[in-house]
Design a protein around this ligand. Structure first.
Ligand code: NAP
Length: 255
């Protein structure tokens, strides 16, 4: 199973303090990767758990609602761990309102965090990965966290749908430009996963019942359910997988 082994590789995971980001960080740590746990809130528990799994891990504080911290994240990771082999663009936010009332602020914060910062962090990491491939043939891995709303319209989440549809497009664009340069760019589209992001839906009795009835697996996903897909896309097992959006959704899209 060596192709899944991430020992000696460094993964930058954004939004690593909670939810899906923590689930992915711990899965990559278990597979052997060092973890640069990037977040607005300190990822103290994630780092402690990653270390308990035998990985080396460090918190990098950054607010990704602007591109200001992008180069610092790359520099601090390189300084601490020596390289960047894997980038997981997981940090994301959501605002809910009817389209007729949707504010410009709710548009901007979601697009800036979910799409603009994702692109510029990928650009900065991609430059490092391309250079590493040119010098010693290493393969870099970028994993974007998309959504069911990369494929569907959703409701009352205008900027979130626009951002996650954009994430799908950028995943394919970057794969097209970088596949021959030693960087694999793919995405994971989680279905309904029980996290802070979906707390309002889980708390709404009617919406919760409607969602559960439509999920073939018959349950909400847990952040740990996303870990296996992340290990696959971060590892040598996926070296010829490019521009793919892998749904981890309990069958939601198949319905
Ligand atoms: P979550 O628990 O709310 O986690 C979101 C993460 O993003 C948190 O770590 C959060 O940090 C971070 N974040 C938000 N704004 C940030 C900013 N300006 N700068 C830095 N970090 C920021 O929700 P989640 O469900 O795990 O979400 C993770 C990703 O999965 C998101 O991209 C989300 O869109 C996506 N997703 C989730 C689901 C689902 O069902 N849960 C489905 C599809 C896609 P703080 O804790 O500091 O706010």
């Amino acid at each position: 199973m060596d192709m899944f082994n991430l020992t000696g590789k460094t993964a930058v995971v954004t939004g690593a303090n909670t939810g899906i980001g923590r689930g992915i960080a711990l899965a990559l740590a278990e597979a052997g990767a060092n973890i640069a746990a990037v977040g607005r809130s300190p990822a103290t528990e994630t780092v402690e758990k990653a270390k308990a799994l035998g990985s080396d891990a460090e918190i990098i504080s950054a607010d990704l609602s602007s591109t200001e911290p992008v180069q610092r994240i790359i520099d601090e990771t390189k300084e601490r761990f020596g390289s960047i082999d894997i980038l997981v663009n997981n940090a994301g936010t959501i605002r809910r309102n009817d389209a007729v009332y949707f504010s410009e602020d709710d548009w901007d914060v979601v697009m800036d965090t979910n799409l603009k910062s994702l692109f510029f962090l990928s650009q900065a990491a991609g430059r490092e990965m391309i250079a590493a491939h040119e010098s010693d043939g290493r393969i870099g891995k970028i994993i974007n966290i998309a959504s069911m709303l990369t494929f569907q319209g959703g409701i009352r989440v205008s900027s979130y749908t626009a951002s996650k549809s954009g994430v799908g497009g950028l995943t394919k664009l970057l794969a097209n430009e970088w596949a021959a340069k030693g960087v694999c760019v793919n995405a994971i589209a989680p279905g309904y996963i029980a996290t802070n992001n979906t707390a309002a839906l889980q708390a709404d009795e009617d919406r919760n019942r409607q969602i559960m009835e439509r999920i073939p697996a018959g349950r909400w996903g847990d952040p740990s359910d996303v870990g296996g897909a992340a290990i696959f896309l971060a590892s040598d097992a996926s070296n010829y997988v490019q521009g793919h959006i892998l749904a981890v959704d309990g069958g939601w899209l198949a319905r």
